[in-house]
Ligand binder design. Sequence first.
Ligand SMILES: Cc1cc2nc3c(=O)[nH]c(=O)nc-3n(C[C@H](O)[C@H](O)[C@H](O)COP(=O)(O)OP(=O)(O)OC[C@H]3O[C@@H](n4cnc5c(N)ncnc54)[C@H](O)[C@@H]3O)c2cc1C
Length: 736
Amino acid sequence: MESTATDKKTEHLRALPGDDVRQIMWRFEDRFDLQMLVQSVRAVARGPVARLVAQGARNTHEWTPEKESLIQHFDESGVTALPLEPSEGGFIEGPKNLPMALVALELAWVDAGSATSAMVGCLALSPIHERGTPEQRAYYMSRCAPAQPGEDRRPWRGAFCLTEPIPYVGVETGLLGGKVRVAEWQEGQEPILHVDKRGRFITNMGFANFVTAAVDTDDPRIKGSCMVVLEETDPGLFDRGIPTRKLVHQLSSTRDPIFSLRIPAARIIGGYTVKDGVIVPNFSHGEIIEAVFRRTRVGVALLTAAKLLSAVEPVIRYQRGRFRGGATAAPGSPRYDLGLQLKEDVIHRLVDVWATGEAAASLGFEAARIFDVLDPLEQQKDEVLAARGIRGGTAAFKAMRQVQKHAIAYVEGKRPELAEDTLVRFALADSLANVLCPACKLWDTGHGANMMREAVSLMGGYGITEDCPGFLGYKWMDAQLEATYEGPESVQRRQLSITMTDDLFLAQYREWIREMRLIANFHPGTGACALASAMQMWLWTLQHLLKAKDADGARLYQGARQGVTFPLADALGWLLAARSLILDVLELEKKGPAHPTVSEGLAGLMAFYTDLCHVQSARAAGEVGRICASLVHGYNRHPAWDTEGCASCYQSDDLEAIESLIPGIASLARGYTDVVEADGSHPPKAGPCVRFDGLEQFARLRSRMDGCLTGSQLAKDRAAEALTKVMIPEALDYPA
Ligand SMILES: Cc1cc2nc3c(=O)[nH]c(=O)nc-3n(C[C@H](O)[C@H](O)[C@H](O)COP(=O)(O)OP(=O)(O)OC[C@H]3O[C@@H](n4cnc5c(N)ncnc54)[C@H](O)[C@@H]3O)c2cc1C
C-alpha cells in the first residue's frame, strides 16, 4: 500500500469513489438485494426529496401535503417494508441492520429529515419486533406492510412515544409521567386499561395510526412500567397535538401529542402474566427501549456520516469555480482551473471533512454488521440456554458470566476449540455491539456536527444560504438533532463508560492493538502505528483511572464523575472510527484488484485512501493524547504551588528565553520562586508537577505516540493534492 514517490507522481485519485468502491468497503458487494435497494432509495432521495428541499419545503414545520407525498415514495421504493420479514410483507430475509443503515445513508445524503420520516416507522415497530408477542407481531407487521398490487388498503404508520413534557422523560427515561391503570376487569375477562400519556417532540405524529408508548403504573393491580400500543380509533382522546416549531429535519412530522385512551391489556408489548390479582408485564419499558435503541441508533449515526461525505463534491466544485469569469482568471490558468484550491488551508480542511465522513461511515457500518451477526445469535443463545433448562433471570445471568470467561480464554488463544460455540460467539458479538453502537452514535453525530460546520465554512457565505449546493447549511443544523434524538451524547457516553470497561470487550480490544501493530508493519502509510500507540495509551489510561484517586483521595472512575468517564468515552470513539476506516481500506486493497471497474485506477484510489487513514489516525492520536494526558495529570495537585508556584516546571534557561520576550518576567518569577543560595547555586526543585506510580510509563507512551505521527502531515499534503486533481461531474446529480 506504500507508494513510492514515483508512483505518487503517476497515480492519483481519478474520480470520487462510486458504488462499486462502497460496496466493497461497506461489505455488500455480494448482496445484490442491497445494491438494488440502494438504487431505488437513491432515486427517491435525489428525485422527489431533493426537489422538495430545493422548492423550499423546509421553510415550514407544518406537515404539508407535499411532504406527505414522500411517504408514498417510501412505500414504492421498499423503505417501508424493509423492517418486515418476507412472511410479513417484507422482501429481505434475515437481519436488517445493514440494509437500514444503507437506507439511512442514502436518504440523508440529500435530507436527513426524509430519512427520519422513513425510519421512524421502523422505530415505532421496533418494540413489537424486539419484544412483542407473536400475535402482536403478526397483527401490526401485516398492517404496516405496503399494499400489494391489487390490494385496496392504506398501510398503517406508527410513532414511538417516549419523551414527555418537562419535567418528565428526556435523557432520564425512568422519570415517566405517562400512566396506566386498570379501568375495568371483569372476572374471567381480559382487563381494560386506561392510559394517560403526553408526548414531546414525537416524530410521525401528524399521521400515525398507532403509537408505541412508554407508561408507568398508577395502580396497585399493575406491576411496574411497560410499553403499550395505542391506536387512533381507541375510545378516548387521541390528540395529535401542536406541531413542534423545530428548525431541523423539516421533512418529518413532529408534534406534542396527548393521549387518554382505553385499551385492552393485550396491548401491553410482550404480554403479561397475572400473579395474585396483579398484572405483571413481561417487559418493563426500560428493557424494551434498551433493545430498540441498541439497533436504531446505528442508523442515526449514519445520517451524519452521509452529510459529511455528501459535502465533498459540492465543496470541490465551489472551490474550483470560485474565480472563473473574472478578469484575473484566464481559462487554462491555475487560478481558473483550481480557484480556491490554490490555497493550502481550504484543501487541508476538506481532507479533514472527508476523512471524518469516511471514518464515521466505516464505524457506523461496522456497528450495523455486528448487529446483523448478533441478531440470529441472540435467538440461538436463548435456544441453547432453554435446552439447558435456563430461561432468563439470574440463572441466565450466571450462565453467561461463565461463558464470558470462556470467551476471554478464546480471545486470548487459550481455547481455540470454542470458535464455533454459539454462546461464546454470542458473548463476543454482544460485547462489541455494546460498545460500537453508542460509540458510533456519539462520535459520528457529535464530532460529525462539528465537522459539518467546517464543511459549511468552506462554502463561505454561500454555505449559510438556502441556495448552498448540497444543502450544507441545512445539514449542519440537522446534524445537531442527530446528536440529540434517540439519546443525546450524554446517554451514549454514560453507556460507553460502563460497556467499555467490560473484560471481554477489553480482551478483544487488546487483540485489535496487536492487529494494528501488524498492519503498521505492512502498511505504515495508514498511520496504523500511531493508532496502535494511541489505543495502547487509552487502555493504559483507563486501567490507571479505574484504580487511581484524585488529590483528595476520591475514586476517579465512577458513574458520578462524568469529567473522567465521558472524555474517555469520547477518546474511544476517535480510536474506533479510525480503526474501522483502516480495516475498510484494507478490504478495498484485498478485493479491489479482482473487481472489473475498481481495479482500474485502484493504485491512485489506494494511495489516496491510505493517506486519508493516516490523516484520521494522526488526528485521533492527537485527541486521545490530549484527553488522556489531561485525565492522568489533571486530578493531581501540584506539589509545589502552595509554597513556591510552578517553580519545578521551568528551567532557568527557559526563564532567560522568556525574559527576552516579556522583559521583567524573570525577576518577577524569581521573586516568587527562585531562591538563590549564597554560593549562587539553586536549591533542589520540588520535582516535576506530577508524581504517581507509572508516570514514566505514561510519559514513554506519549512520546512514543508523538513519534508515531511522523509523516502524517505529508500524508495530508498528498491527500490535499489529490483533491486538486480528482475529476468531478459537471453538476450535482440533484437540484441546487
Ligand atoms: C425533531 C425531534 C424529533 C424527536 N422525535 C422523538 C420521537 O419520535 N420519540 C421520542 O420519544 N422522542 C423524540 N424526540 C425527543 C428526543 O429524543 C429528546 O429531545 C432527547 O432524548 C433529549 O431529551 P430532552 O430534550 O428532554 O433533553 P434533556 O434530558 O433535558 O437534556 C438536556 C441536556 O442535558 C444533558 N443531560 C441530561 N441528563 C444528563 C445526565 N444524566 N448526565 C449528563 N448530561 C445530561 C443532555 O445531554 C443534554 O445536553 C425528538 C426530538 C426532536 C427535537
